[in-house]
Design a protein. Sequence first.
Length: 278
Amino acid sequence: MRGRDRGPSPLPEQAARLWRSLGAAFVILVFVPPLLLLVSGSLTEPGLPPSPTPQLVPDPVSTTGYERALDLGGLLRASLNSVLVAVVAVPLSVLVASLAGFALARLAPRTTAVVVAASLVALMVPATALLVPRFAIFRFLGLTDTLVPLIAPALLGTSPLYVLVYYLAFRALPADLYDACQVEDLSPVRTWWQVALPLVRPVTAGLTALTFILTWSNFLDPLIYVYDRDLFTLPLALRSLSLLDPTNFPVFLAGAVIATLPALGVFVLAQRRFLHDH
C-alpha cells in the first residue's frame, strides 16, 4: 500500500530530460561548428586568397563582405520578397492543413480511410513530376514572373504530410471533448478554432517552423516561375553571388549568413515553444 501512495515514478521525466539533453548536445556538436566557420568566413576581407586552414577569428576582421553582398546581390530586396512570401504562405498553409486535418478526424471511418490512403499516395508522387503541369497552369493564368506561384501551394496546405500530422493530433484528443462541444452547441469551426487547435500547439509550432524553413529556402520554384530580378527571393540572389570570383567568397558567405539567421531564429523559437508546452 505504501508503494501505491508514492505517486508516479520520476523515471519517465528523468528519461525525457536525458533525451532532451542528448538531443541538444547533438545539435550543438553537429550544427554549431559549421555556423561558426560560416560567420568567420563572412568576416574575412574580400579579395584575399582563402586561408589554407580554417580560422575562427579572421585577421583582419572585416564587414565589407556584408556591404558588397547587399549591394551586388540585391539581398535587401530579395529578403523583402522572401519575407512577403513567408508571411503569407506560412500562416495560410498552417491554417488550411489544420482545418483539413480536423475535418478528416471528424469524418466517418470509411471516408477517412480513403482520404488517408489518397494522401499517402500523393506523398509518393515526386515533386518534379508536377513541375510541367503546374507551370502550364500558371502560364495559362498569366501568373508566371510573379510571387503568386510561390504562395499558391499554401492554399492546399503545402503538403499532404501536414494534413496527416494534424489528423493524428486531433484524433488523439479525447472523444469526450468533442461530445462536450456538441452539448455546448459549438459549430465545427468554433470547435476547431477555440478548443482543438489550442490543444495541439506543439504540432502547430513544429509545422510552422518546418513550413517557414522550406518556404524560406525554396530555390526550385522561384527559379522556374520568377524572371524579373526585382522579384528574386534570397535563394536566387545567393545563386547570383555564387557566380562571383572565387576570391570574393566572403561576399557569398555573408549572403549565406543573412539567409540563415531568420531560419535559425524561427527554429529556436519553435523549439522553445515546443519544450514549454511539454
